[in-house]
Each structure stands twice: as C-alpha cells, then as structure tokens.
Write a protein that binds this ligand. Structure first.
Ligand code: ADP
Ligand code: MG
Length: 589
C-alpha cells in the first residue's frame, strides 16, 4: 500500500467538491432567508464581518501578529466601493478591487513595521493606524464626505444578473464568505501557511529553518488586509450607506473579540464567533435593559473557560482521534551517501569574536570542520559554545571574524539564507513549533529552499516522514508537539533539521535535559548519523559519548580556543584537564 494521505493537503483538488457543496449551501441559505430588510441586514452584517474576521485568522491566528486595525481595512474596502461607485461612477467590482488593492498595500506597510516591533508595540502601531484612518475619513470632507458618510451606494450586476434584491446580494456575500473561509482554511496547510505558524510559534527557530520571517509577516498582514477590505466592500453595498464611525477602533475590537471567541486558529472559529456576536445581541433583546450585561458575561465566560475559542475546543477533541501514519516510507536520502571523510573544509571560521558589552563571549576563535566528520565543541558552562553556534547560524552578528561555509563567505547573511545554504541546527533550549503537529514541524524543515526533494506536498510529507522514521518518531506524527516528552521534542527538532537534507548539522547540547535512558538512545542516534557521513558539529558534556563519536575536538574556555585536535590529544591535554575535566581521565574513570 502506498502512503495514506496524511492530511487533505496531499491532494488539492479533493477540496473542490466540498467547496462546491459549501457554495451551494450558501446560495440555498440566501434563498431561504426571510425577505425582510431587518433580518437580511443582520445576515449581511454577519457575512461581511465574517469575511473580515476570517482575515484576522491569517494575521493573528496563523502568524501570531496582533492587529487591532481590521476595521480600518474593512473601512478601506467600504470606502473604495462607496466613493468609487458614487463619486467616480466606477463599476462596483472595479471600485472594490481598488479598495482592496489600497488596503493590501497599506497592510504590507504595516507588516513591514512588524520587523522591528513585536507584541504590545506592534499592537500600538496597528491602533495608531486605525485611529489615523478614522481621523482622515472624518475630516477630509472634500474626499470622503466627512462624518455624514456616503449615501446611495449601488449594488452590482453579475453576469447580467442584477444583485439589487436583498436575497440576491446576501447570496453574493455568503458565497464570498464561504470561498474566503475555504481559501484561508487551505492556506494553513500550504508552505506559506506553515511558515506563518512557525513564525508564530518560534520566530528564531523559523529563521534557522530557512523561513524569511519578515516576508512571512508582511504576507500575513497583506493577506489579512485584502480579506478585510473585501468584506468591507461588500458591507458598503449591503447597507448602501457608510460613515466613518462604522470603521472605528471599537469595531476593530469587536472583530478581534469575534475571532478570539470563536477560535482564531481557524476560519470556522472566526465564522462561529462572528455569527454569535452578530446574532446573540438580537436574540437577547427580549431581556431589555440587562441584555448587554448578559451578553458581556457570556463572552467573558466563554473566553475564560475556552481559551482557544469554541472551535479550538472542538478541534482539540478531533485531533485526539487522529490516527498515526503507518505505511512504509523511503529512507532519508542523506543516509544513502557514503560519508567519506575528506580534507575539504565545510565550515571555516577565523578570528570569530562576539562581545556582549564588556563580556567577550567569543574572543578570536578559529575552527575548521572537515566534510564528513563529527566535530565536538566542548568547554565549561559559559565558555561561549552556544554563542559560537548562534553566530555561525546568523542569530547573532559577530563583533569580528569571518565565517565560510561550503566555499562561500556567509558572515553577513541572515539566518534563513544560511539555512538555505545548507546549515541546520538544534537549540540548547528546545525550540519546536508548539502549535503544530510533529509532522508539520518536520515538514517545515523539509521545505528548506535548496532541499533536493519533490516540492509538491506529497514529496514534502514523505521526506518529513522519513526523517521522523530515522529518529523513531513516526508513530507520533499526528500528535501536537507540545504534548510530547522533553526527550521526544528533541528528536522532533533533530528530525526537523535532518528533513532539510542539510550539508551540515549543528547540535547544541542535544543531551541537555534528557534522562539516562534518553541519553543512551541519543548517543545511538548520533552514532547512526555519524555512520551515514553527515557533517556534524556537536556540543556535549558527556565525555564518553564525545570520545566515541568525535573525529575532532575543539575546546573553548572564556571564549578562547584552548585546544584543538584529535580526541586522544585533546582530552589528555593538560590545559583541558585543568580547565574542564578537572582531573585526568584515567583517574576519573
Ligand atoms: P555556553 O554555551 O558555552 O555554556 P554561552 O555561549 O551560552 O556559553 O555564553 C557565553 C557567555 O556569553 C556567557 O557568559 C553568557 O552569559 C554570555 N551571553 C550569551 N548570550 C548572551 C546575550 N544574548 N547577551 C549577553 N550575554 C550573553
Ligand atoms: Mg550553551
């Protein structure tokens, strides 16, 4: 039997019948809606808001970037349609496209701001953006009609059919909503979607997996803005009248609440949240004065008890029932190489220095790693070992020195380009993508640009499964990585690095935090890797293991290289014994 599809992403066309069915349901629903203006308005509001809130799923749910400006993008779409059709006599869809394009461009700009800013600061920037738009729409009366707003926004013709009737227009809104929701749902399992989630869960690790963090964030903001504006444009046609107060900060908060309430990690959650917050107040009206209090309390209760939103609660239960992938997979291709040790230097580091203020964490270190060897980097705690790996992989800028990798000067490259050049690593403090499954984590590694793997989803999945197989974790492929033990998370990290078929693997204390059994298993894994000829730089404190696997050892102390050479020479070196081992090995044994 061939590999069972590990998820719907393996075959994109499989989603088409589902999409058609959903569109049909949307159309039927719009026909069944009671033909009363008031009720149609509520549905129209739910559908158009739903579109915008689905946009929030991209930026906040997938990419983890807080945006409190979705109403501003919604407003840009709405004003695009309103001003375009009323003042400039444009076709509805042309005006919509212009609004969406402007919103998309501003979204990209806002995304670029996320380069330097994260968390609260980014949130503040999005709030400012939102406020600026409100001020402009209110005060630029000559262009925007000011606080009076724009009246008599027309509804469009589509394929010669007038969508002027309430139900017809609702049909357009619902079908758009369904298509957007399905597209965003599919996005999650694409390369870009995985990159977004990786950035959300751990942007440092994402960058060392070859993901361009800035591009990914910018794409998320841009997409989210485009979707938000699409919803807004349809909103303008739905209500035929818009004014600046409909796109204020308060509305951005409402949209954020909708997303969080339903579950921001999925478009279905977003739609559930939107539906509830639009319809709940209408249902609760019979409570007269106290309805707002009841409504507020309901929202608070749901958020407190279901932190992942309503959909998050359901999704977690569905995931627990997922079955492991059991069919045969191919071997990791890197393991087929005959790892001949050569004289070629893969990683050549000269005069590398890294100072933190007055502290010289690295102070003029030279290291040459030959292809096909296992090179151990040892030294006491705080001697600069992790700093060395961080500088080599581009997370820190060196104070001085030069790094050559595979015949190329990489000293100035950002982390993702170093990964694409063939450097993969693990972290002393595990950095896995906790919001993703084991398989998805490793797929991110397999998607390394430059990996010799079929670029289609099937090829990536196979490579990821092969890497998981190699570390003995394939049966856990569908588990959320956060539910694994510490030792198993380490294996996932190693598999993620291996899946990219790197030229060289840097392992920063892979045995840290493991118990005795796990350490032994890891030792075996290292020996297997060595047997297959991958070039490895490993930091480890277990001298028995180092002696068994290392072809070459470099010892650091206070950021300086104090010994370098074959295991026997180095471990018997008096300076090394004094600085690190404490006593000669024969006595230690
Ligand atoms: P090792 O991995 O060998 O235990 P590290 O490379 O982590 O040591 O640290 C070397 C020295 O650099 C330590 O004194 C540590 O406190 C310091 N250091 C490491 N990273 C930073 C940083 N980001 N900022 C300031 N000091 C740092
Ligand atoms: Mg360290």
């Amino acid at each position: 039997m061939s590999t069972p599809p590990p998820g719907s992403f393996a075959r994109p066309w499989r989603g088409i019948p589902g999409l058609l069915a959903a569109v049909a349901v949307a159309l039927v629903l719009s026909r069944m809606a009671p033909d009363q203006g008031y009720i149609l308005n509520i549905f129209m509001q739910a559908a158009t808001y739903g579109i915008a809130v689905v946009g929030l799923v991209v930026v906040l749910g997938y990419c983890g970037q807080i945006s409190i400006a979705q109403a501003a993008f919604f407003g840009l779409g709405a004003y695009g349609v309103a001003l375009g059709t009323v003042d400039y006599d444009l076709n509805f869809f042309v005006a919509l496209a212009i609004g969406v394009a402007i919103a998309g461009a501003l979204g990209l700009l806002l995304g670029a701001a996320s380069l330097k800013l994260g968390g609260h600061y980014l949130a503040m920037v999005t709030i400012s953006f939102q406020q600026i738009l409100t001020v402009v729409l209110t005060n630029w009366i000559g262009f925007s009609h000011g606080p009076d707003g724009v009246r008599n926004v027309p509804r469009p013709m589509l394929f010669g059919l007038s969508l002027d009737g309430g139900r017809d227009y609702l049909g357009l809104c619902l079908v758009t909503m369904v298509c957007v929701a399905v597209a965003v749902w599919r996005l999650r399992t694409t390369r870009l979607g995985r990159a977004m989630q990786a950035v959300r869960d751990n942007d440092l690790a994402a960058s060392t997996c070859g993901i361009d963090v800035l591009h990914t964030k910018v794409a998320a903001f841009g997409l989210s803005a485009v979707v938000g504006a699409l919803g807004g444009g349809l909103f303008a046609g739905g209500f035929r009248y818009i004014s600046p107060d409909q796109f204020s900060f308060a509305e951005s908060i409402v949209m954020l609440t909708m997303a969080l309430l339903g579950g921001v990690s999925s478009p279905f959650g977003a739609l559930i949240g939107t539906g509830l917050l639009v319809i709940l107040p209408e249902w609760l009206r019979f409570l007269h004065q106290v309805y707002l209090a009841v409504y507020g309390a309901a929202v608070i209760l749901i958020m407190v008890f279901l932190p992942d939103g309503l959909w998050g609660f359901v999704a977690e239960r569905m995931r627990r029932r997922a079955r492991p992938v059991l069919a045969e997979v191919a071997n990791l291709p890197l393991l087929a190489r005959t790892g001949e040790e050569t004289a070629e230097i893969v990683l050549g580091v000269t005069g590398l220095a890294k100072h933190f203020g007055g502290l010289k964490a690295l102070d003029g270190v030279d290291i040459a790693v030959r292809r096909g060897t296992v090179h151990a980097l040892i030294g006491p705690n705080g001697s600069g070992k992790s700093t060395f790996i961080n500088v080599v992989t581009g997370l820190y800028r060196p104070t001085a020195g030069r790094i050559d990798f595979a015949g190329r000067d990489i000293t100035g490259l950002p982390p993702h380009l170093r990964n694409r050049a063939g450097l993969a690593r693990t972290f002393q403090n595990i950095r896995v993508f906790r919001g993703m499954t084991v398989l998805e984590n490793v797929m991110v590694g397999a998607e390394r640009v430059g990996n010799d793997v079929a670029e289609d989803a099937d090829g990536i999945v196979r490579r990821a499964l092969a890497a998981l197989d190699f570390v003995g974790m394939r049966a856990d492929a569908h588990r959320m990585v956060g539910t694994l033990s510490y030792g198993h998370q380490r294996y996932v990290e190693i598999a993620r690095a291996l899946a990219g078929t790197p030229e060289m693997l840097l392992l920063d204390e892979p045995a840290a935090g493991l118990n005795m059994t796990e350490k032994q298993a890891l030792g075996q894994l290292l020996r297997r890797l060595k047997g297959h000829g991958l070039t490895i730089l490993v930091i480890d404190h277990d001298m028995n293991l180092v002696e068994q696997v290392a072809d070459h050892i470099t010892v650091l102390n206070f950021g300086r290289r104090i010994a370098d050479g074959g295991p026997r020479d180095v471990l018997d070196h008096p300076d090394v014994i004094a600085a690190y081992l404490g006593e000669p090995r024969s006595e230690a044994a």
